[in-house]
Ligand binder design. Structure first.
Ligand code: FAD
Ligand code: SF4
Length: 414
């Protein structure tokens, strides 16, 4: 591709998923992540940026290219599941269900606080330097802030799920500069970007100790949170804190404004049903909802209906030898309580994400028909999940997508 074509593609808001890797590669003063209210964080490339940097930004952008064969191709990869499960959910070396032994982490965590407990184990027992992740921006609670957490209390301050734009990879510079290996926690797309960046920058690869992700249907834009607040009459002015869930599983959308007590609004399922309708087009084109490229990925155990009494637990999936060792270490050292889980629990908990993965094959076909670009995926079988869809779903993903592209003028670049 020509340089102009590269720049056009990477700044195309229809494809970007806010990961922030291009900002890390080019440096944040050359590429700022700007919050566009109705789509999410998008990179703003400054004028006169060196052509070599633009090429590197394209090389790390996971929505341009991602290699999904890389974990399965490793010499030390030993699958603990059958081929069908691997096709559906990516590399797997072990599945557990469990929760953080630290009761506060478990209670405040998104499902069972497992991700945070694993990160804490890495910091305290494996001598990792810090964890790169995101959490509520204390100065602007409807937004998120990338941070490096060094202690249990710093990790705890960012526990839980943020259903609003985040760009964890814009903090990879802090990992690269760290004196020791770090934990990187991010959405599936952020871990795909981290893998691309590690391949390009050996100095970063040396400092990424372990990657943690979670099951994720991608983020709605800031506009969605504003609208949800408006539904409940919550003014933006004076907002001091906002959480989407947690404090019990799955928890409630909750806000607190200056001088007021916390206000509990909709339960998570209802709030998410509202928020997800705002997700941008790029979210519907991204097939990895399972953190397939992370060493460890956690999800909600939706195979069980939360009854409000359950303090919460997480499905914990190891994808590499390292991921498995870390989970076993965290259990042995008392950070996690977890027991091996059967594959059906994963399938039953995440049916929606698997259907989405199949639908992406049909959506990509519609893109091709319309002459629109697609992400280049290596080692990713989307056709098999598409074949498992019902005839109605197959039609919706192909013909329905074509209709949406035409109706919304998506073939035109905004
Ligand atoms: C946008 C989004 C979509 C999700 N979709 C699904 C889904 O489809 N199915 C499902 O089972 N679960 C979904 N989840 C929930 C997720 O799977 C749970 O967070 C997971 O079970 C881990 O829970 P935990 O208690 O172990 O994590 P915790 O210990 O609470 O740790 C959560 C970690 O995630 C990080 N984090 C939170 N929000 C973001 C964000 N927006 N971007 C990057 N990092 C973030 C935090 O920094 C923290 O380190 C989603 C979460 C998010 C943020
Ligand atoms: S997906 Fe990530 S790397 Fe690609 S343009 Fe968006 S922020 Fe940059």
């Amino acid at each position: 591709m020509s340089l102009q074509a590269d720049l056009k593609r990477i700044t195309d808001t229809r494809f970007c998923l806010s990961c922030g890797a291009c900002s890390y590669i080019c440096s944040p003063d050359k590429v700022a992540m700007v919050d566009i209210d109705h789509v999410g964080l998008r990179p703003q490339f400054s004028d006169g940026i060196a052509p070599a940097l633009i090429r590197e930004a394209c090389a790390v952008c996971p929505t341009i290219t991602s290699d999904y064969g890389q974990l399965k191709d490793r010499d030390d990869y030993v699958a603990s599941v059958d081929k069908k499960t691997e096709t559906n959910w990516g590399a797997i070396t072990g599945i557990w269900e469990g929760y953080a032994n630290d009761e506060e982490l478990r209670f405040k965590g998104s499902s069972g606080g497992a991700l945070t407990a694993i990160a804490q184990y890495c910091l305290e027992q494996l001598d990792y330097h810090a964890a790169l992740h995101t959490g509520e921006d204390p100065d602007d609670p409807i937004r998120n802030k990338t941070r490096l957490s060094h202690t249990r209390d710093e990790l705890l301050a960012a526990v839980g799920s943020r259903y609003s734009p985040a760009s964890v990879c814009d903090g990879l510079g802090g990992v690269e500069a760290a004196p020791k290996p770090c934990v990187v926690i991010g959405k599936p797309v952020e871990i795909a970007a981290t893998r691309n960046a590690m391949a390009l920058r050996p100095a970063l690869a040396e400092k990424v100790g372990v990657t943690l992700s979670f099951f994720c249907a991608e983020t709605p834009p800031t506009k969605a949170t504003r609208r949800l607040m408006a539904e409940h009459g919550v003014p933006e002015e004076g907002l001091e804190t906002l959480r989407y869930r947690g404090y019990g599983w799955p928890g409630y959308f909750t806000t607190r404004n200056a001088g007021e007590a916390p206000r509990q609004h909709w339960i998570y399922q209802r709030a998410w049903a509202y928020l997800q309708g705002f997700r941008p087009w790029s979210a519907h084109l991204w097939p990895d909802g399972a953190g397939e490229l992370a060493d460890i990925s956690c999800g909600d155990p939706w195979y069980e209906e939360p009854d409000g009494e359950n303090p919460g637990f997480s499905l914990i999936v190891a994808r590499t030898k390292l991921g498995k060792e870390i989970i076993e270490g965290a259990i042995a050292k008392g950070y996690l309580t977890a027991t091996p889980a059967e594959t059906w629990k994963l399938d039953k908990s995440q049916e929606g994400l698997l259907r989405k993965k199949g639908s992406v094959w049909g959506r990509r076909l519609a893109h091709r028909v319309m002459g629109m670009p697609n992400t280049r995926f290596k080692g990713l079988d989307l056709f098999t999940p598409w074949m498992a869809l019902s005839p109605k779903e197959k039609l919706a993903s192909t013909v329905g997508t074509l209709r949406r592209i035409l109706k919304r003028g998506l073939w035109k670049r905004a």
